[in-house]
Design a protein around this ligand. Structure first.
Ligand code: GAP
Length: 454
């Protein structure tokens, strides 16, 4: 540690994030995520991304998009949120996208009947609903999670439309359009990032479960019989993507859906789970959907969705292997995984590719000769990396501010810089400081980012 660093209080062992509320408060303070419509008291389970949050989210989306659409066998689309209502009859959502719900007549709480063991009694939070002496739960009744609205001026049943509860259906209904216009042959995939809406009974845990969220979904169309082979390939690729984002391997695992856990459309399903502070939970789903989706759309639309396989000289309805990850959940994972606290200092030990800023440039003090040099350096570095600058407060405090938002590199201009053109390069995770010529910064930082984690 150098003399520029704020003197540490008793820095102890490095701790991970244990309490989601700590992250919620850091995110609000630093501009990652704000409660939605906060000046009106907020609205349940809706969140707004702030200046840093949106950069982090865009980095996550960009990495996902490139990991999919840079492959010759994957095309991207952006389908409408509002779809023909028959889509949702065909998909099975009108009949089956339901959760069983119970109300407690005593505490007026509302719970998912199949997840009571994860809920807390409204009056005795140490007990689960139904266990407290005064609990009076209703019989479970099914509740459809799709948001409904009306298209056009008439609010009758003929005008009923749904906000899509998943982006996948926009891909299925465009399968032939994409195959024909992009001249793709099976096997090939279609990728999409977009908003989805679910009227969840029990949203919560910050951006883990919300009613409006973004999904990053890719549907891979394959010849029947080759589906399990592709399923295994996509499982491996998808967990690798999370590793490449710098998420710790020991915090990720697969969970296989068996028996009743399998969705109505799935022949096989695995979740990639992350160990959040609330425990192991789903981050991404990988599903072998067989011919369920195209088969049903063929049946409900009356359109032939068969594919003619020129090589095999046969027609078939392709099978689909789906990878589906919540963008907000991937952002939450990045934040939870990066959070570190040592009793004194808080920092986000995040892969630089995800960090909102890669470099922060500071004058050691607010003196014109230092700030002028800093401004020139900042303008130069900005051409290569997303940068920020800050001249208010002690240098130690400025380092700490950047640590808390995950900026991996700090560059400080001091009086020696003016004579020998060297600057201090400070590393977020180790606080190590090295002196290097200012002209080498772009190369050195670029190389460190390129080789991060290797
Ligand atoms: N098309 C398949 C599908 O939608 P899903 O398991 O229901 O499958 C996929 O959702 C992913 O979307 C989940 O793994 C999760 O990351 C994200 N997701 C689902 N519901 C969500 C919610 N209410 N809030 C935030 N993310 C959600």
């Amino acid at each position: 540690m150098s003399e520029n660093e704020a003197s540490p209080k008793a820095a102890g062992p490095v701790q991970d994030l244990k309490d989601m509320n700590v992250l919620v408060s850091l995110c609000k303070q630093r501009g990652f995520v704000f409660p939605s419509s906060e000046i009106y008291g907020g609205i349940a389970a809706c969140w707004d991304y702030g200046p840093l949050g949106i950069e982090l989210k865009r980095n996550v989306k960009e990495r996902w998009w490139r990991s999919m659409c840079d492959n010759d066998d994957i095309e991207g689309i952006d389908a409408a949120i509002l779809m023909h209502p028959k889509t949702w009859e065909a998909s099975g959502h009108v009949a089956g996208f339901v959760d069983p719900m119970v109300d407690c007549k005593t505490c007026k709480g509302r719970f998912r009947a199949d997840k009571l063991e994860h809920a807390a009694c409204g009056q005795k939070p140490s007990k689960i609903p139904g266990q407290g002496g005064a609990c009076e739960l209703t019989e479970p009744r099914n509740f459809n999670l799709m948001f409904k609205t009306h298209m056009g001026p008439l609010e009758d049943s003929s005008a009923l439309v749904y906000l899509r509860p998943e982006t996948a259906q926009g891909i299925y209904v465009n399968f032939l359009n994409v195959a024909q216009s992009a001249r793709q042959k099976i096997p090939f995939g279609i990728a999409q990032i977009g908003k989805a809406f679910r009227n969840e009974i029990t949203p919560g845990n910050f951006i883990f479960r919300t009613r409006e969220f973004e999904q990053m979904e890719m549907q891979y169309f394959v010849k029947p019989g080759t589906d399990m082979e592709w399923f295994e390939k996509w499982k491996a690729k998808r967990i690798q993507w999370h590793y490449d984002n710098g998420i710790r391997k020991e915090k990720l695992r697969f969970h296989q859906h068996a028996g009743t856990e399998l969705a109505h459309y799935a022949r096989a399903a695995f979740d990639i789970e992350y160990e959040f502070p609330i425990g192991w939970n789903e981050l991404e789903g990988i599903h072998n959907r067989g011919d369920f989706d195209l088969g049903r759309h063929q049946e409900f639309s009356g359109k032939n969705l068969q594919y003619f396989d020129e090589a095999a000289k046969e027609k078939y309805v392709p099978y689909i292997v789906e990878t589906s990850v919540g963008c907000d959940r991937a952002v939450l994972t990045a934040l939870c995984d990066a959070y570190r606290f040592d009793g004194d200092r808080t920092w986000l030990q995040m892969h630089p590719a995800l960090s909102p800023y890669k470099v922060a440039v500071f004058p050691l003090m607010k003196k014109p000769e230092l700030t002028e040099y800093t401004d020139r350096l900042y303008a130069d570095l900005k051409k290569h990396f997303r940068c920020t600058t800050d001249e208010s407060g002690s240098i130690g405090k400025r380092y700490r501010r950047q640590d808390e938002i995950g900026t991996p590199f700090g560059v400080t201009v001091d009086f020696d810089t003016l004579t020998n053109q060297t600057v201090t390069l400070r590393h977020r995770d180790t606080m190590e400081q090295t002196r290097i010529p200012a002209e080498k910064l772009i190369h050195v930082i670029g190389e460190k980012i390129e080789n991060w984690g290797r």
